[in-house]
Design a protein. Structure first.
Length: 134
C-alpha cells in the first residue's frame, strides 16, 4: 500500500477537456528525451501543462502564471483552486444562482480540494469521472 501524506489533495477536474489532457499527456510521455528539469520540467509543471491543455486558462478567464515563473506544488494548488472556483461560478450562472456568496466562502479561507483520506488512489471512492484520469 502506498503511504500518502496529509498534504495531498484531489482536485475535481470537471469542466476541462479530458481528451485534450490525455493527448497532451501522451505527447509528453512519448518525447524522446523526457528529462526532469527542476525549474522547467518538474512534476508540477507537467501537471500544469496538462491542465492548460484541457482548457484551464480559458475556464478561469486568463492566462495563469506561477509566481516567479516556476511551477511548485503550492502554485499548482493555487491554480487548481482557481480552476475549481471558476467551475463553481460557471455552474452557478447556469443554474441562475448568485455567485458572490458561494465564491466568497471559498476564496482565500477555505480550500476547495478534497482532503486526502490516507488511502491509496486505488482504494478510494471515485468522486468524479476524471478523478482517476491518469
Amino acid at each position: 500500500m502506498i503511504q500518502m501524506m496529509a498534504w495531498c489533495f484531489r482536485i475535481n477536474l470537471e469542466g476541462l477537456d479530458a481528451a485534450a489532457m490525455q493527448k497532451e499527456w501522451k505527447r509528453i510521455n512519448s518525447q524522446s528525451d523526457p528529462r526532469y528539469q527542476l525549474l522547467t520540467k518538474n512534476c508540477s509543471s507537467i501537471v500544469a501543462r496538462i491542465l492548460k491543455a484541457g482548457g484551464a486558462d480559458q475556464l478561469i478567464g486568463h492566462h495563469w502564471k506561477p509566481r516567479f515563473g516556476i511551477w511548485t506544488p503550492n502554485e499548482l494548488y493555487k491554480f487548481s483552486q482557481k480552476i475549481q472556483e471558476a467551475r463553481l461560478a460557471q455552474i452557478a450562472v447556469q443554474q441562475g444562482k448568485p455567485i458572490h456568496s458561494n465564491l466568497q466562502a471559498l476564496s482565500d479561507h477555505n480550500k476547495v480540494a478534497i482532503d486526502n483520506d490516507g488511502t491509496s488512489p486505488n482504494e478510494r471512492k471515485n468522486l468524479s469521472p476524471l478523478t482517476r484520469f491518469f
